[in-house]
Design a protein around this ligand. Structure first.
Ligand SMILES: [Zn+2]
Length: 261
């Protein structure tokens, strides 16, 4: 894969927003501002198939929940700038940067010091409440969350699937850009060659949230319980070169959405 040399700061929210507005106009994506808490706008973009909710299924994708993980928002933007075919065939909902304050400040938490990714069950958090309203009644074939990990040495993937596992194949494709994580324990969970696969029932997910996460629901689990058939959380090692990490996430988006076309 060809890697674009950097022309911007990794945390330049203004540049990110400007490019999103340009591509959204070119591709006729509808823009919604769901929050301005913390002094920055949190955008959602959706294609015309998604707007009238004429069709179920399709794709949900978000990035930037953790502001110190800056490759994913750029990769999501660059992927959309390639005008992927899925935008013409299936409903697509995109949250390009869910925590712009953290993105600008290079910090995991939002403006109030909260880790949003342990609060997706809490409609009293203004951003989360509006995010939940925006997604109400929507059902996707596929939900994708893009993250990074400063302890990791390779890429890894959490998958929550009701169809069949594709994680191994997806990681394998992306390992052409960054190698797979080989550690048996990653961020407190057991992985196998970079993959943690839940082929699971809703009850099991609820137990994970209640017992392992003390009630703090990550975005991926909320999506898996309420909105998506299959959910993937892809992680890259955030101490690697930004261009390489961006390329890895972009490759992941290409591979994971190829199955939907
Ligand atoms: Zn993260």
């Amino acid at each position: 894969m060809e890697m674009n040399p950097l022309t911007h700061s990794g945390h330049g929210f203004e540049e990110l927003t400007m490019r999103w507005k340009t591509i959204a106009q070119d591709l006729d994506l509808k823009e919604t501002v769901i929050s301005e808490e913390g002094g920055y706008e949190v955008f959602a973009f959706e294609n015309q198939c998604a707007v009238p909710r004429c069709e179920a299924g399709g794709l949900y994708v978000s990035s930037g929940v953790h502001g110190d993980e800056c490759a994913p928002p750029w990769s999501l933007l660059q992927w959309v700038e390639t005008e992927p075919a899925i935008l013409n065939s299936k409903p697509v909902v995109i949250f390009p940067c869910l925590n712009p304050h953290g993105f600008v400040e290079n910090t995991r938490h939002d403006h109030s010091g909260m880790d949003l990714n342990r609060n997706f069950q809490d409609e009293n958090v203004p951003l989360i409440g509006r995010w939940q309203d925006f997604l109400e009644d929507r059902e996707f074939d596929l939900a994708v969350n893009l993250h990074e990990d400063y302890d990791a040495l390779g890429i890894y993937l959490y998958e929550i699937v009701r169809t069949q596992s594709r994680g191994d194949q997806l990681l394998s494709a992306c390992s052409e850009v960054i190698r797979r994580e080989t550690a048996a324990m990653v961020d407190g969970s057991e992985f196998e060659n970079g993959l943690l696969s839940h082929e699971t029932k809703d009850a099991d997910l609820k137990r994970v949230v209640d017992e392992d996460l003390e009630g703090g629901c990550p975005e991926a689990i909320w999506l898996a319980m309420h909105h998506a058939t299959d959910t993937f959380t892809f992680e890259s090692p955030s101490e690697m070169a930004l261009e390489t990490r961006v390329a890895a996430h972009q490759r992941f988006l290409e591979e994971v959405t190829a199955g939907l076309l």
